[in-house]
Design a protein around this ligand. Structure first.
Ligand SMILES: *Cc1c(COP(=O)(O)O)cnc(C)c1O
Length: 242
């Protein structure tokens, strides 16, 4: 596990890069939140990160996240983010323990979560995951060219209107590439989609969750409000964590 001094140095480096990217885009660095991605790491690493001042933690597997939470119940103001695909049979387990579910990636899971949230008497904050790049390996509403835009907007709008879900914005994952133009196209595409939804009458949708270790600066220049960062903070994950 990473040493505390190395973690602090990594946090400083990530924060300066966030500030520089925000400055380039004439944005306030305070408008960008770090979601520290702790998947694959032990609970002690979350505790270390918490002590170093981080509060938002991202996990991509429901069972792994719940097991970690059970060992960290004293971190009462930690905010847990579900950032991975949620299988239908796990839907029940993400209603309650997570401050925000970034990965609502299809109408069916949106409906299940809305029903379960209603049954629990709460309103679940979520983001809608969109597949801008069109890669078949990616989850999310298919936004790639060829999809009828009107149908796409109608499907997303319907989810924003479900009672018991608070749709706070959109999320995307960029392809694994060093092609900056392509990355800008993907991140810019999410912003464009958010704007179209707003114009079509959706609520404000203020959050845009986009950008990871290899591309967060570009995502910030394009408008990210949440960056999901693992390796740049904690180093490489133990094998098999993705
Ligand atoms: C693992 C993961 C991240 C973080 O990736 P890094 O490259 O380590 O920053 C971000 N988002 C999602 C959805 C992930 O699964």
């Amino acid at each position: 596990m990473i040493a505390e001094s190395d973690l602090k140095a990594n946090m400083d480096a990530v924060r300066s890069r966030i500030e520089a990217a925000a400055r380039r885009a004439q944005r306030s660095p305070g408008a960008i939140r770090i979601v520290a991605v702790t998947k694959g790491h032990p609970p002690e690493l979350v505790r270390l990160a918490y002590r170093a001042g981080l509060r938002d933690f991202g996990e991509n597997r429901v069972d792994e996240a719940r097991a970690k939470q059970a060992q960290l119940t004293d971190l009462t103001d930690a905010r847990w983010h579900m950032i991975g695909h949620v299988q239908s049979r796990k839907a029940r387990d993400v209603v309650g323990p997570f401050a925000l579910v970034h990965s609502v990636d299809r109408p069916k899971i949106a409906l299940s979560l809305a029903r379960l949230a209603h049954e629990s008497g709460l309103c679940l904050p979520v983001l809608l995951e969109c597949n801008i790049s069109g890669e078949v390996s990616k989850d999310g509403w298919d936004v790639a060219s060829g999809t009828d835009r009107t149908d796409l907007l109608a499907s997303l709008l319907a989810v924003t209107r479900l009672p018991s879900l608070e749709v706070r914005g959109l999320m995307t994952m960029a392809p694994w590439t060093g092609d900056v133009m392509l990355l800008r196209h993907v991140f810019g595409g999410l912003v464009q989609l958010r704007n179209e939804l707003r114009d079509a009458g959706a609520a404000a949708l203020p959050e845009l969750s986009m950008g990871m270790t290899d591309d967060f600066e570009i995502a910030i220049e394009e408008g990210a409000t949440m960056v999901r960062i693992g390796r740049a903070l904690f180093g490489d994950r133990p094998a098999g964590a993705d």
